[in-house]
Structures are given as C-alpha cells and as structure tokens.
Design a protein. Structure first.
Lengths: 120, 110
C-alpha cells in the first residue's frame, strides 16, 4: 500500500525556518517525481515545488523561490522541504504528493498534510 | 503564473449531471493534454479523479468524465450522489512553472 506521511509542521515565528519531511512507503520512491502542494486555511491548492527522481532537477513556484528548498534522500525514501524566511501568508497545510516518471504526470497519491502556522 | 479559472460553486440534485469548467491559456490547458482533476472532502487530502484530460484512475467511478476544448477543460459528474459533494480542483502542466491549479469549485448536492 502506497503511503506518504508528512512530519515537521508546527508553529514558527515570522522570519523563522522549518523543515518538513515526507516519508514514503509501499513503492519504489527513487523512481518517481515528487511534489509539494499547500493549502492556506479556507483557500485552494497551490503547487509549490517538484523534484525529479535523481534529484538533478527542481522547480519552484515564484511565491517560494529563493526561500524554500526541496530535496530528497532516496536511500531513506524521504522527501524534504526546507522553509526559510517564513511569512504569515505561508500559513497552510502542506501536502507531499507522488508524481510519475515525468514532471507532467498527475499526483496519484497524497500525504495527510502537515500544518504550518507562522505567527508571533 | 495565474491560477486556472473555475466557477466558485456549482450545484445539482441527486441523479442529475453537472459540469465544472476550467479555463486556462495556450501555455497550459490549451497547449497540453495534461489536465487532471482532484476531489477534496473537508479536512481530507485531495484525490485524483481524472488525468490526461479524460482518463480515470482505477477505482474511480465511471460517473466522472473529463474533456477539453481549446483552452477550457471540463469535468462532468453524472448521476450525482450525495457523496460527490466536495471541492474540485483542476490542474494542468504549464510551460511556465510546470504545474498550475485552478481556484477550486465547491459542489453542492441539493
């Protein structure tokens, strides 16, 4: 059974940092593109970033470029999102999602989400 | 990259059919056959319902179907059921930033 489990969410002050992790199981993690998507309270889904299977290609949405860094450890089947310079409008539930063998493949499995609250 | 345009809400009665539109541009919806649709119930993670414009993942009811014409994709749900009440999001590959979602549509089953 494919499972994605996020961790690392919590309350952080503006300007602070947080690292989210997404532990994958039930599939060959190293074969798939992986993505981060977030959803602010009461708002829609927003794609943030993706990384290819070999960690040689990453892309970011303009809203997080230069502040967030996506990475992965295929040996640990874990995806990461390092978030620096956090702002109030980064408050959201953060989901990791599995892509496919190409960056245009859909997100067929999602984690349960990790809540990040940015507030003083 | 602006979000794809979806109606904020649609409604229908049990047994009826509804269609949700998703309008983009030639650099996303109109340029590629890589449109997907996601269903999200309150407090839950999104679920893939349609991919590559009109393909259904295994286990998704055939009451859900997708299509595209020009820069607009559509999700049709036939034989509406109460459990279909949820938020629906379209998503497209884009040459700009790779992925863009629609703003979401709240489906109410009356």
């Amino acid at each position: 059974e494919v499972q994605l489990v996020e961790s690392g969410g919590g309350l952080v002050q503006p300007g602070g940092s947080l690292r989210l992790a997404c532990e994958a199981s039930g599939f060959t993690f190293s074969s798939y593109w992986m993505h981060w998507v977030r959803q602010a309270p009461g708002k829609g889904l927003v794609w943030l970033s993706h990384i290819n299977s070999a960690e040689t290609s990453t892309t970011y949405a303009d809203s997080v470029k230069g502040r967030f860094t996506i990475s992965r450890d295929n040996a640990k089947s874990t995806l990461y999102l390092q978030m620096n310079g956090l702002r109030a409008d980064d408050t959201a539930v953060y989901y990791c999602a599995r892509g496919g063998n190409y960056n245009w493949n859909p997100f067929d499995y999602w984690g349960q989400g990790a809540l990040v609250t940015v507030s003083s | 990259q602006s979000a794809l345009t979806q109606p904020a809400s649609v409604s229908g009665s049990p047994g009826q059919s509804i269609t949700i539109s998703c309008t983009g541009t030639s650099t996303d919806v109109g340029g590629y056959n890589y449109v997907s649709w996601y269903q999200q119930h309150p407090g839950k993670a999104p679920k893939l319902m349609i991919y590559d414009v009109s393909k259904r993942p295994s286990g998704v009811s055939n009451r859900f179907s997708g299509s595209k014409s020009g820069n607009t994709a559509s999700l049709t749900i036939s034989g509406l059921q109460t459990e279909d009440e949820a938020d629906y999001y379209c998503c497209s590959y884009t040459s700009a930033t790779s992925v863009v979602f629609g703003g979401g549509t709240k489906l109410t089953v009356l």
